[in-house]
Design a protein around this ligand. Sequence first.
Ligand SMILES: NC(=O)c1ccc[n+]([C@@H]2O[C@H](COP(=O)([O-])OP(=O)(O)OC[C@H]3O[C@@H](n4cnc5c(N)ncnc54)[C@H](OP(=O)(O)O)[C@@H]3O)[C@@H](O)[C@H]2O)c1
Length: 248
Amino acid sequence: MNTSVVLITGALSGIGRATAIAFAMKGARVVVSGRRDEIGHKLAAELRELGAEAEYCHADIRHEADIRELLDKTVARFGRLDVAVNNAATEGLGGLVTEQSAESYAATFDTNVLATLLSMKHELRVMLPQRSGSIVNVSSAYGRVGAPGASVYVASKHAVEGMTKAAALEVAESGVRINVVAPGTTDTGMLTRFTHSDETKAALVSTVPFKRLATPEEIAHVIVFVASTDASYMTGASVAVDGGMLAD
Ligand SMILES: NC(=O)c1ccc[n+]([C@@H]2O[C@H](COP(=O)([O-])OP(=O)(O)OC[C@H]3O[C@@H](n4cnc5c(N)ncnc54)[C@H](OP(=O)(O)O)[C@@H]3O)[C@@H](O)[C@H]2O)c1
């Protein structure tokens, strides 16, 4: 039984939800966070039905005060933090570079980049004195390659990859590991919003070597592995889970 204390942002849907369930099934103590309180409380109850200790904490990760409170509540409830999965993100507004604005940039970067940075800051506030912990930042295959019409999202995920490496090096001797999991096309609400139509989604899938979407569970299982002590010699790494997309 793995009784690690695990915090997941953006846990109420898609990959975050699948990750919460995967950790709960391994016996972890899980804090799920998000913005939709009714769904969050229902998810925590579902995790408890699986036998896990679980809490929901409201946090809009664009606000540092929410992140600080999320970490403080996690430690108040469970006394420590072993794993943090910084998963919450937005696909942003999309569109060509020529259509972007300071506002569309900020709307994506505040959630995907600033919030990941501030989440790591407050997670390390807990983990460094423990001299142990594992942070997994969820990036994207688009953190490695470009995609037309998604420049701001692509840039934000490249930023997540870069800051993960820098942070991992800063704390390499501390006992805390920081890595990235980079999903490819995964069957979630974000992909549906990103592709706008079934035709565009099918066209995107046809470019994936596997010719299918990942399930959220297929990404979650890799997140659980990278977070675990089975990956104890891994830090500053980016693990793609992309059906061969980046190999093509
Ligand atoms: N699906 C894919 O094909 C794909 C591919 C590569 C990478 N990813 C990455 O995988 C991660 C999970 O995405 P997903 O596909 O599972 O999509 P999703 O179901 O839309 O999950 C994203 C979650 O983030 C939450 N979130 C967004 N802004 C937030 C904020 N300011 N504060 C708190 N929570 C916030 C959302 O909550 P609300 O409902 O309240 O907005 C939602 O629960 C993201 O980092 C995404 O970039 C996904």
